[in-house]
Design a protein around this ligand. Structure first.
Ligand SMILES: Nc1ncnc2c1ncn2[C@@H]1O[C@H](COP(=O)(O)OP(=O)(O)OP(=O)(O)O)[C@@H](O)[C@H]1O
Ligand SMILES: [Mg+2]
Length: 270
């Protein structure tokens, strides 16, 4: 079902951008010890257009991480299809990058070396490589910390390194699995604003998993509301709030309230 929250003036027209991801009737079953198969995702069908920011909301265990792993090409679906720019996804590719809640930085490499890591196999002359690393260090405001090790920086800074090390690869799609969930409220808000600024600059297509209604309303153009047992899309909701969005506005508050009511009505916890 497709619904719309709080129609606002100057509402953007539905995007006519090309389709990037096409997920059709995707199902995932896992074999379990003892109880046979368990159905984790059932009949997932949606598409993502170029430059869209889509948030996935749903209770623990409804298959959000499993879905992202399938889209990343880390595991195949049991049935159904995933197409990226018209081609079936069968394995990981440079066009998709995943960002996780727990930072996956190399502890023995500095901030700079972590950001540079993915470029080591790219054909690029030394000067261009250096310029790119400097540019991305600066974009996430870590130039002064380039020689620090991960254990010497804060959680928010680690997530900025995690972002920079995937953005430098210039992927078309970012798959983000609760990337800010472990951060305190203030750092989380800074990261949300940084992500929005980078998204507006680079126009990635972003699929962002979160449990936080406020985060989804701040970020998303669309929210896919998942239900559990097996995981399915219950609603596909367009958030029409104009940008920049501010958390201290009535429109933002009303959107969060409507969204929370919707979640409660269908018994899905964010
Ligand atoms: N490799 C696996 N083998 C068997 N079962 C699995 C496997 N991976 C995930 N599952 C099961 O699939 C279900 C969905 O897991 P998943 O991690 O995708 O949920 P989630 O929505 O991301 O939850 P959370 O919000 O807690 O992160 C869970 O019941 C989990 O136990
Ligand atoms: Mg998960």
């Amino acid at each position: 079902m497709r619904t719309r929250l709080h129609i606002v003036k100057n509402e953007p027209q539905p995007s006519q951008a090309p389709v990037v991801f096409e997920i059709d009737q995707l199902c995932k079953r896992f074999k379990t010890n003892g109880s046979g198969d368990v159905s984790v995702l059932k009949d997932i069908t949606f598409m993502a257009r170029r430059g869209e920011m889509i948030c996935i909301l749903g209770q623990s265990g409804c298959g959000k991480s499993t879905l992202l792993k399938i889209l990343a090409g880390f595991m195949p679906p049991t049935s159904g299809s995933v197409r990226l720019n018209g081609r079936p996804v069968r394995r990981p590719g440079p066009d998709r990058c995943m960002v996780f809640q727990e930072d996956a930085l190399f502890p023995w490499l500095t901030v700079r070396e972590n950001i540079a890591f993915g470029l080591k196999d790219r054909r690029m002359d030394r000067d261009t490589k250096k310029r790119e690393i400097d540019r991305f260090l600066s974009l996430v405001d870590l130039t002064d910390f380039e020689n620090y090790l991960p254990q010497e920086i804060s959680g928010g800074m680690k997530q900025r390194v995690s972002l920079a090390r995937v953005l430098i690869l210039q992927p078309e799609v970012l798959l983000m699995d609760e990337p800010f969930a472990a951060l305190d409220a203030q750092t989380r808000e800074e990261m949300q604003n940084l992500l929005l600024a980078l998204w507006q600059k680079f126009k990635h297509t972003i699929l962002f998993v979160t449990h936080d209604v406020g985060e989804a309303v701040l970020l998303a153009e669309r929210i896919l509301l998942f239900e559990k047992g097996p995981g399915r899309i219950r609603e596909d909701i367009t958030i029409s709030l104009p940008r920049p969005r501010r958390k201290d506005t009535n429109a933002y508050f009303l959107n969060c309230r409507s969204m929370t009511a919707k979640i409660k009505a269908i018994g899905v916890e964010g």
